[in-house]
Every structure is written in C-alpha cells, then in structure tokens.
Design a protein around this ligand. Structure first.
Ligand code: SAM
Ligand code: SF4
Length: 465
C-alpha cells in the first residue's frame, strides 16, 4: 500500500481531540501516517467545533490558510470533520471551494470510501448521524501524546437540549459505549505505559450500558451505569489515575460520589458546569436544575470528599439576563468557591431552542462587562483555593517540561491543579521524567498554578524508587 501523509488539526473540546485519534486509526488502515505539519501532508483534516460563533470563525480563517498550500501542492486534499461539517456542509462545499471532503462526527468509518471519491476528482460528503455509532472497538492512534495521559470516550451525542447549545444538533442522540471495550482500552493504556485517563462524554452521569446488547445470555435487566463503570475501571486498573468530564448537575448521583470516595485512584476533581446562578435564567436555559439543587450537589461532593476540587462553566449574557441575574451568578461563584472556571459570552447558535424562542437581547458591551466581572471574581476564588495548598505535600503526576522554564517540570495533583517542580531532584541529582509520580511540598501559589519542591520517595514510571 502506498504510504500517504495526513495532518489532523483539532478544535474545541477534548472529545474532538479523541475523535481525531479515532480518525487517525481508521486512516492508518488506509495507508495514512500522521504528520505534525500541514505543509508535509497529502491530506489536511480540520476537526471542528461549532459551540460558539468565534470558534467557527477561527476555522473558516484557517481553511483560507490551508487553501494557500494548495497553490504549492496541487495534489493536496482538504477535509472538514466534526461539528461544523454537520452544521455547515452546504457552505463548506459551495462557498469554501477548497474543501474536498466534509464528514460529520458519526461518519468517520466511511472516510476510506470518501477519500477514494476525492481521489477520483469528486467532492465527498457524509454527515449522517447515527443512533448506534460509538467507534467502540477502534483503538485510537494517540496523536501529540505525552505518553502519560490519554482520553477515552465513553459515550457520544447528547439528549439534553440545553437552550443555548448546538451539540445535540451536531453530534446527535446520546449513546453509550460497551463497558467491556472501555475497560479493555484502559487496561491496554496501562500496558502501554500511560498513567492517567480522562473518561469523556457530554453528560457522563447519564452513561448506561446494557450487556445484553452484545451478549444474548446476559441478564436482560442488567445495566451498567456511570458509577458502575467508574468502579469497573478503577478496579481493573488500580495504578491508573482516573478523571472524567463532564458531569451534569441534574444527573450526578450520590452513588458516583461514593464510588469516587472509595477509590484513591479516581481523582478528587469534578467539572460541574452551572452556566448561571439565577433560577429564571437556568429555567430559560432548560438546564433541569435550580440554584438550590446545584448547591445541594456541591454540598454532597464535599460530604463525600472534603478535599475534592470543583470547576465549572459559566455563560455571561444569556437571553433576558438582568443585572440581578448576573449578581446571583457572582454570588454563586463566592458561595461555591470554585477552584477553576471556563467562562464565556453567550453566542447565539442557529436552530437551538434559544435562537428560536428568545431574543439575544443583552448588548455586546454588557455581555463583555459581565464576563469580565465573572472572570475577576473567579480569579479571587481560584487564588484562595490555590493558596490553601501551600505547606501541604501533594501527589503529583509529572506530564512534561514546564513551558516557562526548561529547568522545571509540570504535572498535576489529584485535584487537577498544575504543579511546577524543579527538573532535577535529590542527591545525587536525578532528572524527573514524564510519567513519574512525585510527592511535592507546595511552597507558593498563583491563581493558576502551584510551585513545589519534590520530597522523596519518587515513584518512577511503573516502579517505586
Ligand atoms: N456537556 C457539557 C455540559 O453540559 O456542561 C459541556 C458542553 S459545551 C462543549 C462546553 C461549554 O460551552 C458549556 O458548558 C457552556 O458553558 C458553553 N457553551 C455552550 N453553548 C454556548 C453558547 N451558545 N454560547 C456560549 N457558551 C456556550
Ligand atoms: Fe450541550 Fe447541555 Fe448537552 Fe452539555 S448537556 S452538550 S450543554 S445540550
């Protein structure tokens, strides 16, 4: 088979990063090797995100850049994958003529056939969504990997219909992946030397797998829920650190919290997007919980795991949001004391419930001001939370060399805080490597990271020193 080169660029969420790895695996069967720059590729694929208008604009600009490569390499083929492929197929094929290939998130298995069409000079498109596709048995080819941490997708799509969100339209109905294939992928990652996995889904708390789907002799009523899945992975891989994202406040059960608390290898970190602190806004957002319910879930997390970090997503300036609604969001940030937050200005997305039902009536400058106030408030809370670690000894999994200084390494503690430590430790000095698990005494902090000194013992990759 003739060797061809593919360059895949991922935008948006962690799930897209993992989808690109599934695509690389499907293309490897078709003779493609991944390369790290667009310039050296025969095929450039942009795996895209539609969550906000700005994300789409970034990709549209990037298509123009890739276009210029076609002037030099007439054989170059360009494809758009993911959420924008699903949402903008017409525009991408007709207006952005550079695009040869448009493939939605559930159609990646058809890539080899589509590429044959493209090779024959045609444009190719498949944006069919599926109720079944989970790519369950496909072993992802890890791209840009640090060899330490990996993503494992456990479910696809979303059935929630939050009023602002385009995901149900671009990624289709929710479906869960075979639990056995998830456990198998995690155990294989351990064999390959990985130290940490993040289990991914838009709403992991609604994960449900019926073993009878693949085994007719299984109990027809048996169901593996998310808590069961966490327990299975934690038991099968006791040396692996396990994270997951994203939790949904309406579905997060005490059973999940109990399982987390009972396994030291499940990280003490929960990403629990709140979106707004105001009940009328949450209702219009169709989130399925109110402020009191959310705060009770936060209290439950702290009951089971007092040392658990909590992060969130917040949207500023959703339809009809008043100054009072905004004030409630600021108050909620204080009440929870989040360790970290992702914060966004509301961006209206075509077809969503909000686009059809509510005017996007908060002026842009008000959205901007409110977002800044949210960012400022969260920074105070992050600074406080991080300062709480100073003086403590934390278990840190080393991921790589610090971006700021090559005399330092960076890693994360169980709570997902970034920890910076010197690269050389001990007497005689030994160089830390990605995958080492160290104990570090935290000496100082900022709102975004911790600095520390390694205290022995060091658990080297796979062994205890
Ligand atoms: N499924 C997850 C959840 O329910 O929280 C996350 C989905 S989304 C990929 C990540 C975040 O993007 C959301 O939590 C929300 O804060 C933000 N987001 C989604 N749609 C948005 C929009 N139209 N405008 C601004 N932010 C948006
Ligand atoms: Fe979008 Fe809501 Fe589904 Fe998250 S839970 S992906 S915000 S619809």
């Amino acid at each position: 088979m003739q060797q061809k080169k593919v360059y895949i660029e991922s935008y948006g969420c962690q799930m897209n990063v993992n989808d690109s790895e599934v695509v690389a695996s499907i293309l490897a069967q078709d003779g493609y090797t991944p390369v790290t720059t667009a310039e050296e590729a025969d095929l450039v694929l942009l795996n895209t995100c539609s969550i906000r208008e700005k994300a789409e604009q970034t990709v549209l600009n990037r298509i123009d850049q890739v276009n210029s490569l076609k002037n030099r390499n007439k054989e170059l083929k360009v494809g758009v994958l993911g959420c924008m492929a699903e949402r903008m197929r017409g525009e991408l094929l007709e207006q952005k003529k550079v695009v040869d290939l448009v493939v939605g998130p559930d159609a990646y298995r058809t890539l080899p056939d589509l590429l044959q069409q493209v090779g024959g000079g045609q444009k190719a498109v498949n944006v069919l969504l599926s109720r079944e596709e989970t790519y369950g048995e496909i072993v992802p080819v890890r791209l840009n990997s640090n060899g330490v941490t990996a993503f494992v997708t456990i479910m696809r799509g979303c059935d929630n219909m939050c009023a602002f969100c385009v995901v149900p339209f671009t990624r289709g109905r929710e479906r869960s992946r075979d639990a056995a294939s998830i456990v198998e992928e995690c155990t294989q990652l351990v064999r390959d030397g990985y130290k940490e996995v993040t289990l991914l889904g838009q709403n992991v708390d609604s994960y449900k797998w019926r073993p009878v789907k693949v085994d007719p002799t299984a109990d027809p009523d048996a169901v593996v829920d998310f808590a069961d899945l966490l327990d299975l992975v934690a038991r099968a891989c006791p040396t692996l650190r396990i994270r997951y994202s994203t939790s949904h406040p309406k579905d997060m059960t005490d059973k999940v919290l109990q399982v987390m608390a009972s396994h030291p290898n499940i990280c003490r970190y929960i990403h629990l997007p709140v979106q707004s602190g105001s009940d009328p806004v949450l209702k219009r957002m169709n989130r399925g919980y109110d402020r009191a319910w959310y705060l009770e879930r936060v209290a439950a997390i702290r009951r089971y795991m007092p040392d658990c970090a909590i992060s969130t997503d917040i949207i500023a300036g959703f339809c009809g949001e008043t100054d009072e609604d905004h004030r409630q969001t600021l108050e909620l940030i204080d009440a929870v004391g989040y360790d970290m937050a992702y914060m966004f200005k509301y961006s209206e997305r075509p077809k969503t419930l909000a686009a059809r039902k509510y005017p996007d009536d908060v002026p842009e400058e008000v959205k901007g001001r409110r977002l800044q106030e949210i960012i400022d408030r969260q920074k105070l809370r992050s600074t406080e939370r991080m300062a709480g670690y100073v003086g403590q000894v934390q278990e840190v999994l080393i991921e790589g060399v610090s971006k700021r200084s090559d005399a330092h390494m960076f890693g994360r503690n169980s709570q997902n805080a970034v920890v910076i430590v010197p690269r050389w430790v001990g007497e005689p000095a030994r160089e830390l490597r990605p995958g080492d698990m160290v104990h570090a005494r935290i000496t100082s902090s900022t709102s975004g990271s911790l600095q520390g000194q390694v205290v022995e013992p060091i658990h080297e990759t796979g062994a205890t020193a």
